[in-house]
Design a protein around this ligand. Structure first.
Ligand SMILES: [Zn+2]
Length: 416
């Protein structure tokens, strides 16, 4: 770690580093129930944690498999040593992940990760499992990206959104569409026409409210999709008769029949549309990569790729979003000679030299600073108010990005 990283405001990771780490930890599977996750909120008494670890270690004596038992105890031991080094919990608390990451039975490789997150850990949590518990960390990197939710039938409607795991209601509406029984004196034809008109008005109102709720989000690329549901035919009519704004209509990913309408239907809609509501992170990644390739194809000058090119655009403040593949692994090495000449080199780690010869004066240049490229870009992104996405390679779009060299940018404006 470079000194700059350690000096970060809360002493913890930034969002990008955390995203990268989550991806790394997500990949790890224990051979057995032997991966330990421990979350400690800020202000927690560290000596209590030490006692807890000691008791869990003796509890682990009961594990039947010798390998698993030893691995769990060793993982806890590593965490215990880290805990004893900490006198107070960091401002946002701290999380530990430890366990055997070796693929070979009987030849353990116990790794430990210590995470000081960018946002506070809310509660203490301990688990020993085949995978690490990452949900609390994932909640911290949920941005303001949402899924739009529309639930309606002929009498009620609700518009809300899903952000992370929480459902929020934005509008609830009731219609004046009368029931099927008409009042005395009206002709059946007239009554039916009236009902149709009122339903049209209601659908128009729903569309208008949906536009208010979602259109800005869609234009900021923060609307991941829209799901529509409700009992009966009204939800279908809303879509089939093109009531929704075109940009919103294009975002509809599923339509579901529900038992109930209005606000009460929102959670049922989320439940039923689960398969269409993809992991929001993956959706964002795909959207961003697609936008980059679209720009490239249109030759509108709003895309750039390759480390040096992207860095150059970044320094100009021209980058809207920088995309870095999770498989992209490079380091920035800064060298300086005793005559004050400086040189920055980008390399894969194994090729980094402690010293190189100065191009200007042939003196020896010392390695002054070594940083992960993700950190370098994260810092620049913050400075220039650019967004940054770490792109997974478990989807087609991510693989395409990696094939392009693993680093790309969507620009705010054309620079050449
Ligand atoms: Zn020099």
């Amino acid at each position: 770690m470079t000194e700059e990283n350690q000096d970060q405001e809360n002493g913890g990771m930034n969002k990008y580093q955390l995203k990268k780490l989550i991806k790394e930890l997500e990949e790890i599977r224990g051979r057995n129930t032997e991966l330990v996750s421990l979350y400690i909120p800020a202000g927690y008494d560290m000596s209590k944690i030490s006692d807890f670890i000691t008791s869990e270690q003796s509890e682990a004596e009961n594990i039947k498999s010798k390998h698993t038992r030893t691995n769990v105890q060793d993982a806890l031991g590593k965490i215990g040593r880290k805990v004893s080094e900490e006198h107070t919990t960091p401002e946002n608390g701290v999380a530990f992940f430890a366990g055997n990451i070796s693929d070979t039975e009987g030849r353990p490789d116990i790794e430990i990760w210590e995470v000081v997150p960018p946002r506070p850990i809310e509660s203490r949590h301990y688990r020993c499992d085949k995978e690490f518990v990452l949900e609390p960390l994932k909640q911290m990197i949920i941005d303001d990206n949402i899924y739009g939710l529309i639930v309606c039938d002929k009498s009620k409607a609700a518009i809300g959104y899903l952000q992370g795991n929480s459902i929020n209601t934005v509008y609830t509406m009731e219609s004046n569409v009368p029931g099927k029984t008409r009042a005395g004196g009206q002709s059946a034809q007239r009554f039916s026409r009236l009902r149709k008109e009122m339903l049209k008005t209601f659908l128009g109102d729903i569309a208008e409210k949906a536009q208010k709720a979602f259109l800005d989000k869609a234009r900021e690329d923060k609307l991941l999709g829209i799901v529509v549901g409700g009992p009966g035919f009204v939800k279908d009519k809303l879509l089939d008769d093109d009531y929704l704004h075109k940009e919103l209509q294009d975002k509809v990913v599923a339509t579901k029949s529900l038992d109930t309408s209005g606000e009460a239907g929102l959670s049922q809609l989320v439940e039923k549309a689960k398969e269409s509501i993809e992991d929001s992170q993956a959706v964002i990644e795909k959207q961003k990569v697609n936008k980059f390739f679209k720009n490239l194809k249109e030759e509108n000058g709003k895309s750039e790729y390759g480390l040096e090119q992207v860095m150059k655009a970044m320094k100009m403040g021209a980058v809207e979003t920088v995309l870095i593949s999770e498989d992209f692994s490079q380091y920035q090495a800064k060298y300086e000679c005793e005559n004050g000449h400086e040189k920055t080199v980008y390399e894969r780690e194994p090729q980094i030299d402690d010293s190189i010869e100065c191009d200007d004066c042939s003196e020896e240049m010392e390695l002054e600073e070594l940083s992960d490229i993700v950190d370098v870009f994260a810092e620049k992104a913050e400075e220039m108010s650019s967004d940054m996405e770490i792109i997974g390679t478990d989807h087609e779009e991510g693989k395409r990005l990696m094939n392009m060299g693993g680093i790309a940018a969507i620009l705010r404006y054309r620079i050449r």
